[in-house]
Design a protein around this ligand. Structure first.
Ligand SMILES: [Mg+2]
Length: 191
């Protein structure tokens, strides 16, 4: 029965993909320390005048303010279309720490509305591959993670272009401006 083989083969990172907290994080750390970290990913912000305590304080505040977190343009439309096609929960794999599970589920609920989801805390970005076995495509904003998943795990990665991830060159890493660019690919994702 061919119909039964049709599944959703795309999964998503959370921060920088479905939602955007980067500017808030940069602003919060700048207010605390005076350092401008616009070009940093959240994994490279600690050091050079920014302590783990500064970083954690910023994260805690931003995660708690989930009601005002920016939802990426096109995210809800894309999620809805995928759901309508196959009625499968949307897979999200985040490197956020599980201690923030409550706030993370709260913000994901805002994005998803009534669409069911599966939210995995990968405990480090290198582990994301463990949870993506059944997925061919992953949408990511971190350049290093994108390269790793493409090179070591054979995934095709759609990398959301950001000022902190320019210059990732790999045949299976495809840069896109945003999730709207993926709307025409729903047929590919659920083939
Ligand atoms: Mg991310």
């Amino acid at each position: 029965m061919r119909d039964r083989e049709i599944r959703n083969k795309v999964a998503f990172d959370l921060d920088g993909v479905l939602i955007d907290i980067h500017q808030e994080l940069v602003n919060n750390i700048r207010d605390q320390t005076g350092c401008d970290l616009s070009n940093h990913t959240e994994y490279s912000m600690i050091g050079g005048g920014v302590t783990r305590a500064n970083f954690d304080m910023a994260l805690k505040r931003i995660y708690s303010n989930y009601k005002s977190t920016i939802i990426a343009e096109g995210a809800q439309e894309l999620i809805r279309k995928l759901w309508e096609k196959v009625k499968e929960p949307i897979m999200i794999v985040t490197a956020r720490r599980a201690q923030f599970a409550t706030e993370t589920h709260a913000v994901v609920c805002r994005v998803m509305g009534k669409v069911p989801y599966c939210l995995i805390f990968s405990n480090g970005f290198g582990n994301k591959a463990l949870y993506l076995r059944d997925y061919l495509y992953f949408v990511e904003d971190n350049g290093e993670t994108a390269r790793y998943l493409a090179e070591k795990c054979g995934k095709t990665i759609f990398l959301i272009s950001k000022q902190y991830n320019a210059g990732v060159l790999h045949s299976r890493v495809i840069s896109v401006d945003g999730l709207r660019d993926l709307l025409p690919l729903v047929r590919l994702f659920v083939s």
